[in-house]
Write a protein that binds this ligand. Structure first.
Ligand code: HPA
Ligand code: ZN
Length: 350
């Protein structure tokens, strides 16, 4: 650790520092950044009928009891995405918000099967998203990469067909992930397609231990050989697993507002992020589906730190530093970002 003078940063400076500090975002589903206003704009542009009469009525429906109750609305919202321009507009809107939150690097999930099932070619999806990532690098100075996720409620054969269809565009994404309904769909269901992805030189991550049991985190590591666990908060139920995650330095991409909205925890005060950090895990803070869960990455940081007095300037630094170290960027990029992080903390300690 380079910066060490945490005692020089009073608690009342923390919210501003959390917003200003440079960070990476490693767990954000681009379809989950589709704001109600853009849903209505795209529905009109594409002549798609919506089940809700207004932006306000749609937003009012965002009250979830668990992961599935969210996914039903999330897939319905994505039905307005049809053209390459739509996918560009979606990712561009997110990247502008991320840049405003001082995100220097974003690794963005997308769900091609949500779109190919409606007849949208995978090329349309990938080209639109990739165009936004390239433009963001030029104009917003933000580094943005894509990670293709398989929907785990569908079959492995469907995931394999999706992977084959995406291979011609492999240079546009850096890895594969696994999302959607977790319970009843263990990681090992996707052993073959993850073998193929690793053999193709892609990075591999998976959602595990959000609603599913700690055993799903173990099989994501042992069978899929993932490099990071998305969510992973249920690891706190299994001390041996916690020790393994710490020892092996496996990053966890934690999403605090998501966990509260989807009732993994009743309140933010019950969130286990402090326990994960205390156990020495390489945890990070991310927004998951910011249009649905009440905010982008800075909102996650500010609300989490406000609710949990165990989290102070030291934890802010560790979380931001973890976000760069856990990224799939090269060592030189990581070192440059961490130098910027150190500078932001040194300024806050003045
Ligand atoms: N979990 C699983 N699938 C998802 C999520 C999530 O939090 N967000 C979007 N797809
Ligand atoms: Zn997620």
């Amino acid at each position: 650790m380079t910066f060490t003078n945490f005692d020089a940063i009073p608690r009342d400076r923390l919210p501003a520092l959390l917003r200003a500090m440079p960070k990476a975002e490693l767990h954000m589903h681009v379809e989950g950044s589709l704001e109600p206003e853009l849903i209505f704009r795209l529905a009109q542009r594409n002549g798609v009928a919506l089940a809700y009469p207004s932006v306000e009525a749609l937003r009012a429906a965002y009250a979830f009891s668990d992961l599935q109750s969210f996914l039903d609305i999330y897939y319905a919202g994505a039905s307005v995405l049809l053209k390459e321009q739509d996918f560009f507009d979606l990712a561009w809107a997110y990247l502008q918000r991320a840049a405003a939150d001082n995100v220097l690097h974003a690794e963005i999930f997308f769900d091609p099967q949500t779109h190919t099932a409606r007849g949208v070619p995978i090329e349309t999806v990938i080209k639109g998203l990739d165009h936004a990532c390239r433009r963001a690098h030029q104009e917003l100075r933000i580094s943005a990469k894509l990670i293709l996720c398989f929907l785990r409620h569908l079959s492995e054969d469907e995931a394999l067909a999706t992977f084959e269809a995406a291979l011609p565009y492999k240079h546009h994404f850096i890895g594969v992930g696994l999302d959607s309904s977790e319970r009843g769909h263990p990681p090992e269901k996707f052993a073959r397609v993850f073998d193929r992805a690793r053999a193709a030189g892609l990075h591999v991550v998976a959602h595990a231990g959000e609603e599913g049991p700690p055993e799903y985190i173990r099989s994501a590591l042992d069978v899929l050989e993932v490099e990071r666990i998305d969510h992973g908060v249920r690891s706190v139920e299994d001390p041996a697993l916690l020790a393994r995650l710490a020892k092996e330095g496996i990053p966890l991409t934690v999403c605090p507002l998501s966990n509260v909205k989807l009732c993994v925890y009743k309140t933010m005060a019950e969130h286990q992020l402090p326990a994960l950090l205390a156990a020495g895990l390489k945890a990070t803070v991310n927004s998951d589906d910011p249009a649905y869960f009440g905010g982008y990455v800075n909102q996650n940081f500010v609300e989490t730190f406000a609710a949990l007095p165990q989290l102070g300037a030291r934890e802010a630094y560790v979380l931001a530093r973890n976000s760069f170290e856990a990224s799939f960027a090269d060592a030189a990029a990581k070192a440059g970002w961490i130098a910027q992080l150190d500078a932001a903390f040194a300024a806050a300690a003045q």
